[in-house]
Ligand binder design. Structure first.
Ligand SMILES: *[C@@H]1O[C@H](CO)[C@@H](O)[C@H](O)[C@H]1NC(C)=O
Ligand SMILES: *[C@@H]1O[C@H](CO)[C@@H](O)[C@H](O)[C@H]1NC(C)=O
Ligand SMILES: *[C@@H]1O[C@H](CO)[C@@H](O)[C@H](O)[C@H]1NC(C)=O
Ligand SMILES: *[C@@H]1O[C@H](CO)[C@@H](O)[C@H](O)[C@H]1NC(C)=O
Ligand SMILES: *[C@@H]1O[C@H](CO)[C@@H](O)[C@H](O)[C@H]1NC(C)=O
Ligand SMILES: *[C@@H]1O[C@H](CO)[C@@H](O)[C@H](O)[C@H]1NC(C)=O
Length: 632
């Protein structure tokens, strides 16, 4: 009994703790970046910081009226030399965010070329700036809802080869995780919602949530004025100053202001809205209503259908009935697959009811399935290889290697392995790479082919390559690789092609590699001068070049000495014979001096022979500077 009371007290205590945690309402994470600026400053929207240190690229002055109107002075742009992919990598807590961008051009890069480029969020392509985007407000602006699950909000600008990508502002504004729930549970994280339009149907001016006193958890959404209206009959607008129930509530915090005005029609009149879309995509539609017409006082007085083409999306919408009264927010949502280039939503009153339709606001989002990210260890390994290999910036090795699929890194072959991309090929032949191949390559454990042939790679082949058991092809031909061929490569069971020709490899071809052809492995190791041990290469000689050189000199000297000795002995015998023949015994003492004279002759001849030997040696060593080892 006592125990139960304690438990009750404890749980009450814990409950109150939980409540107090809620009471101290958490503050949404908000990052606002003024690109190209070095300043930190406040606006009505919040605190802005510059982007120094986030990223490379150039700073441009905004000259266009549009950018100036928005109150920004600078933009950041990336030229050819920065490479095709440039990313901001911003640390934020994991969560659900609205990413918002404002673009401007105005020839800030003095190229007189409006850039066309793509923007990706968390590796998924979200937005493409199409020709003439800079002429229109709506296309100079974009926002998307996306979950950050890896602690880093990554947003990349991808060049499409038309001008220099440029951006004025980036905002990353947190929403509640359950906001814009598509009803897919954990699968919600797999989708990115791109705002196509967010219309406040009665508004004559565009507005941000901040200017509508909306809760900061609303992500400061931008609501455009009523210019998506396509056609209508007996259309009118109404507004109210009455407070709206259920506005500005968790999780989506719609500003009350969007419900305090509406487009209406009189008896029988319908209204259509048209939104530009990409064909055969899923779109999520959120419709906002509040019965703000004081003359509607009961359910059944205003009833209408919402249609897409001839398909009824919502039938018999009776706002008063759903809300249980007037001045109360009602939100309906539906996701549908849309064909064609335009999504037309029609609000059509039911026959026989007294009132026409009423709509306060419309949101349309493109639902984009998110890309799977590349396996973390593969990304890490490629980043580690990038600088030693000497990868130039034009290859765009920034961001995720495989995604967005429209903008992968150059020279990378990716394949999807369950829920992540893995690197299966490193394909960089004839790219003028001047670096070295480091052992980090072995962390790419799904690699089945490496084609780095015809570059200027130097240094050794890392022996750890012999542990990359998925390798089928290893082509390092026509480089300047030196050192020996790692024996471990011969143990790779799946290896089919080994091309190491025309390098500076030395030593003996390991026996297990030499035996490769027997196992059906194609091998080419020719054109490595100091490599030996298989047909086509020189025979393996245990002696070094120096030793061979020594032996040549030694032999020459030995031959010389033998010849000389023979000559001396021959001469001496000849002289002696002559002396015996000519000299009388009394002349005998001269014999000694003759012999001395002969000794001098011998000295001279020895010297001459010596210089002859030197010449021979010089001709040997002259040829020997190019390795004079026996050719095969
Ligand atoms: C911006 O405003 C906040 C709160 O209003 C204040 O704490 C901060 O110091 C201001 N920062 C700058 C750079 O003005
Ligand atoms: C931007 O304008 C300022 C003066 O208005 C000038 O000093 C600066 O050089 C300009 N910067 C660029 C990148 O054109
Ligand atoms: C649209 O949604 C359906 C149902 O969720 C899905 O099967 C389909 O692949 C989606 N189509 C596109 C283009 O995203
Ligand atoms: C959106 O619609 C789905 C399906 O009708 C529903 O399950 C979900 O609760 C709705 N979301 C919100 C926030 O009203
Ligand atoms: C972003 O930066 C963080 C921290 O510096 C790093 O861990 C992460 O790998 C980076 N991500 C990308 C895609 O560059
Ligand atoms: C390989 O070449 C590099 C220079 O590129 C040199 O420093 C190194 O000593 C050479 N290694 C061998 C084993 O010849």
């Amino acid at each position: 009994m006592e125990l139960q009371v304690t438990a009750l007290v404890l749980s009450t205590f814990l409950l109150s703790l939980t409540f107090s945690a809620f009471a101290q309402a958490p503050v949404p994470k908000q990052v606002r970046i003024a690109c190209g600026s070095t300043q930190t400053f406040n606006t009505t929207e919040g605190l802005w910081s510059g982007d120094e240190g986030y990223i490379g690229g150039c700073v441009g002055n905004i000259t266009a009226d549009r950018g100036k109107e928005a109150g920004f002075t600078y933009l950041r742009y990336w030229s050819m030399s920065d490479g095709p992919n440039n990313c901001y990598n911003i640390t934020v807590p994991n969560g659900h965010y609205l990413f918002r961008f404002f673009f401007s051009y105005g020839d800030a890069d003095n190229s007189n070329r409006e850039p066309q480029f793509d923007v990706s969020l968390e590796g998924t392509l979200a937005y493409s700036l199409k020709p003439a985007w800079s002429q229109v407000d709506d296309t100079s602006y974009s926002d998307s809802l996306v979950f950050v699950d890896d602690g880093t909000a990554t947003t990349c600008f991808h060049s499409t080869g038309h001008g220099n990508p440029a951006v004025v502002t980036i905002e990353i504004l947190q929403l509640y995780d359950e906001a814009y729930d598509l009803g897919l549970g954990a699968e919600n994280h797999r989708y990115l919602l791109n705002a196509v339009a967010r219309v406040s149907c009665s508004a004559v001016k565009d507005a941000y949530g901040t200017s509508m006193n909306a809760d900061p958890w609303g992500g400061d959404r931008y609501w455009s004025a009523d210019f998506y209206k396509y056609e209508g009959t007996s259309v009118d607008y109404i507004d109210t100053k009455e407070p709206i129930r259920l506005a500005n509530i968790r999780p989506q915090f719609y500003p009350e202001a969007i419900y305090q005005g509406a487009v209406i029609t009189n008896y029988g009149g319908s209204v259509s809205y048209a939104f530009p879309i990409e064909t055969s995509q899923n779109y999520s539609i959120w419709l906002h209503f509040a019965e703000i017409d004081p003359t509607v006082t009961a359910a059944g007085q205003r009833v209408f259908d919402v249609l897409y083409n001839d398909e009824v999306l919502f039938a018999n919408v009776d706002i008063y009935d759903i809300a249980g009264g007037s001045n109360t927010a009602v939100v309906l949502n539906k996701t549908l697959l849309v064909d064609g280039k335009t999504l037309i939503l029609k609000f059509q009153p039911k026959a026989g009811v007294n009132y026409g339709i009423l709509v306060c606001a419309i949101e349309v989002y493109q639902v984009v399935q998110r890309e799977f990210p590349t396996k973390v260890s593969d990304v890490w390994a490629l980043n580690a290889l990038k600088s030693p290999l000497g990868i130039p910036s034009r290859m765009g090795w920034i961001g995720d290697p495989c995604v967005p699929q429209e903008h992968p890194w150059d020279g990378i072959a990716c394949t999807l392995d369950d829920d992540s991309w893995v690197i299966e090929g490193l394909e960089l032949p004839s790219e003028g790479l001047k670096g070295t191949l480091t052992s980090d390559i072995a962390s790419l454990d799904s690699l089945d082919h490496i084609t780095l042939n015809d570059n200027m790679l130097s240094g050794p082949i890392p022996p750890i390559i012999g542990t990359m058991e998925n390798l089928i092809q290893l082509n390092l031909a026509d480089n300047k690789l030196n050192g020996t061929i790692p024996e471990s490569i011969g143990n790779l069971a799946k290896l089919k092609d080994l091309y190491l020709q025309n390098n500076q490899l030395t030593g003996k071809v390991p026996a297990n590699i030499a035996a490769g052809p027997v196992r059906g492995v194609t091998i080419n190791v020719l054109g490595n001068h100091d490599l030996c041990g298989i047909p086509g290469l020189k025979a393996c000689n245990p002696m070094s070049a120096g030793q061979i050189f020594g032996i040549i000199i030694g032999s020459l000297v030995a031959v010389g000495v033998v010849v000389l000795c023979g000559y001396v002995i021959y001469k001496r015998r000849e002289n002696l014979a002559r002396a015996h023949k000519i000299m009388s015994p009394r002349e005998a003492p001269y014999a000694a001096s003759h012999t001395r004279a002969n000794a001098q002759v011998k000295d001279v001849q020895l010297t001459r022979f010596g210089s002859f030997t030197e010449q021979r040696l010089m001709s040997v060593s002259g040829g020997g500077s190019a390795p004079q080892s026996p050719r095969v």
